[in-house]
Design a protein around this ligand. Structure first.
Ligand code: ACO
Length: 370
């Protein structure tokens, strides 16, 4: 038995939710480029869960269910108030999602109907949790989600305390569409492994949040912004990046396990970053990002992934950098829950083998003789 490091190239599940074939990403067969330009996030959520695009009545029904379940239990708000104000935001989210299960009477009901309803609740409540934490840690009361508003609108509203403009909502919505699902990425795999033991959906999603947190996965968008903040200005980009390359350090937001000729999502985020920069009359972050891309692609042949231009995009939307990865979780909740439902439909426990590399034939020595 020989291990494949990082499971590279291993096909570990059959799935009809999203595909990456010849560098093209589709959700249920729809090209991500078309969805990014034309679909709302709620349409994509429906598509991922139900396998088809909704008609107007179906979309309205989903929107009303998401609005109905968007408020979070007051006990969870009380817990958020007890967390340290400087706590890691993904750790807060991981803990809060785990806590949501404690106040859901159907948490352990494994019927399809109950699991679908829990997916709706999770998708609806996670933006509220993140916005509530953002408010509480800065000394404000959480804001109740508005009815008849999209997830993108409500999140920006609850986070900032004021009604967002249309351009900001459109940009946020497109970012959510772009991050919604991505085949068997690390966090989705974590979710599927967890629920394949027939554990509950909250446990699966909590596993996924833990996996997304890492800087090699979803945590990269925050790490990109840390880098941009460290660089500080356009004229310092070349020296900073050269020093990193000389030290053989990784540059966050570049490279991908599956895409070797570029991540199809990155161009959309780059365009948004440029448009928001122009709208704000400040292209510094965008220009810095473009220069970093020129250097890294030029010297290493590595292309930006979804996380690279999302950093400047979110910053120009007024979002603090430690909320970038939680926002990724708002979007990917749709994909995680779709994969969890699919795993339950045709389940077998996921239990691979390990190549043993330790010693053999050891003789037990009593503790008093060691
Ligand atoms: N900066 C510098 N060098 C890199 C980078 C990078 N960002 N990414 C890959 N490389 C190098 C590796 O060091 C390796 O070089 P070597 O062969 O000389 O050792 C080579 O490119 C191949 O890379 P691997 O590490 O084998 O790629 P792997 O598939 O294991 O990892 C990953 C993919 C984790 C995305 C990696 O490219 C990386 O760490 N990127 C930075 C973090 C990041 O942006 N993550 C977000 C990914 S998208 C997402 O999860 C949402």
């Amino acid at each position: 038995m020989t291990a494949t490091k990082g499971l590279e190239g291993i096909v570990a599940a059959a799935s009809s939710i999203s595909s990456i074939i010849d560098g093209v990403l589709t959700y249920r067969g729809y090209n991500i480029d078309d969805l990014a330009e034309q679909a709302t996030f709620e349409e994509v959520v429906y598509l991922l869960w139900y396998g088809k695009l909704p008609n107007q009545a179906e979309l309205a029904e989903l929107q009303s269910q998401l609005n109905e379940h968007a408020a979070i239990p007051s006990a969870v708000i009380d817990q958020l108030k007890l967390f340290p104000s400087d706590a890691n935001t993904m750790a807060v989210l991981r803990s809060a999602v785990s806590a949501l299960a404690l106040y859901d009477e159907s948490a352990n009901d494994m019927s399809h109907e109950a699991n679908l309803l829990k997916a709706i609740k999770l998708q609806a409540q996670v933006p509220t949790v993140i916005a509530a934490h953002a408010r509480i840690r800065s000394g404000h009361e959480p804001i109740t989600p508005l009815l008849d508003r999209s997830i993108a609108y409500n999140f920006l509203y609850m986070m900032s305390g004021h009604e967002p403009d249309q351009a900001a909502v459109a940009a946020m919505d497109k970012a959510l569409v772009l991050h919604a699902d991505h085949e068997l990425n690390a966090s989705t795999f974590a979710a599927r492994v967890t629920v394949a033991t027939l554990s509950d959906i909250y446990s699966g999603v909590t596993s996924a949040i833990g996996a997304l947190k890492g800087p090699l996965h979803g945590g990269a968008n925050e790490a990109v912004m840390v880098m941009l903040d460290e660089i500080g200005s356009f004229d310092r980009v070349d020296d900073y990046i050269q020093a990193k390359l000389d030290n053989r350090e990784k540059i966050m937001g570049f490279g991908h396990r599956v895409y070797k000729n570029g991540d199809p999502r990155a161009k959309h985020l780059q365009k948004m970053s440029e448009e928001l920069g122009k709208a704000h009359g400040n292209l510094e972050l965008y220009n810095m990002s473009v220069r970093i891309e020129e250097l890294i692609t030029g010297q290493k042949g590595l292309k930006p992934n979804v996380d690279f231009y999302s950093a400047s995009t979110y910053t120009m939307l007024g979002i603090p950098r430690d909320l970038f990865t939680p926002i990724f979780a708002i979007s990917r909740m749709s994909g995680w829950t779709a994969h969890i439902l699919e795993q339950y439909e045709n389940n077998r426990i996921i239990r691979p083998r390990a190549e043993y590399t330790g010693p053999s034939g050891q003789s037990y020595v009593p503790i008093t003789e060691r």
